[in-house]
Design a protein around this ligand. Sequence first.
Ligand code: SAM
Length: 214
Amino acid sequence: MAPSEPPSPPRPAKRPLGADPEAWDEAYRADAFARLHGLREAPRYGIIAAWLRHVVPDDGHVLDAGCGEAALFRHALRDRPGVAYTGFDLSQVALDTARAIIGPAAADRVRLIRTGLADFAPPDGAQRFDAVVVTEVLSYSAESVSWLDRYRAWLTPEGAMVITMQRPRRPDSGANRPFAAFLTAMEGPDWTVLDAASLSNPLTRNAWELRLVR
Ligand SMILES: C[S@@+](CC[C@H](N)C(=O)[O-])C[C@H]1O[C@@H](n2cnc3c(N)ncnc32)[C@H](O)[C@@H]1O
């Protein structure tokens, strides 16, 4: 009889990310979100970029809530040199990478702030944004959808919010609750849906729901 394999050591449990800045810093140090800059995320940012072309004038201002490493800037705003960009995130490690990715040539139109979705307020209270983008941020906290309402107050009169969520794949995923809350909120009376898209990738079997709302 062949000698039996020694049991493999238990995998270290993944640290839950939630709204814990240190957990996010650790994940970014491990380069856990490098894929967001890659080919297979491009269609999601492509839809967002197309919507932003419609709602953000060439001298407009975009707020990227939970901007991470500013993949949105790279995919959708680098070629719009008149558009100002404010990004905020819980992770300073992500923001440092974002600054490097954005680069010195665009630095004068960019502001990066370390804070959370529940706490953000424009540093200049009078600031208004043509678009607020919340992409792939809501899955990590059960109550995240309830934080969105405040952001409407900071939109210009013609401004809009882009909100996207990846469809959870596991029935026991913690993302199921915020995902259901997102779909319910978008169907309810509080939000006007200007456009909607469902995106799926048959290669990776990832799927996303995207909404343009105010
Ligand atoms: C999957 S990444 C997406 C990053 C970016 N929005 C994108 O699509 O390129 C999720 C990001 O959301 C941020 N995040 C999660 N919960 C947050 C919260 N409560 N407040 C602010 N940022 C949050 C994380 O730090 C992380 O950078």
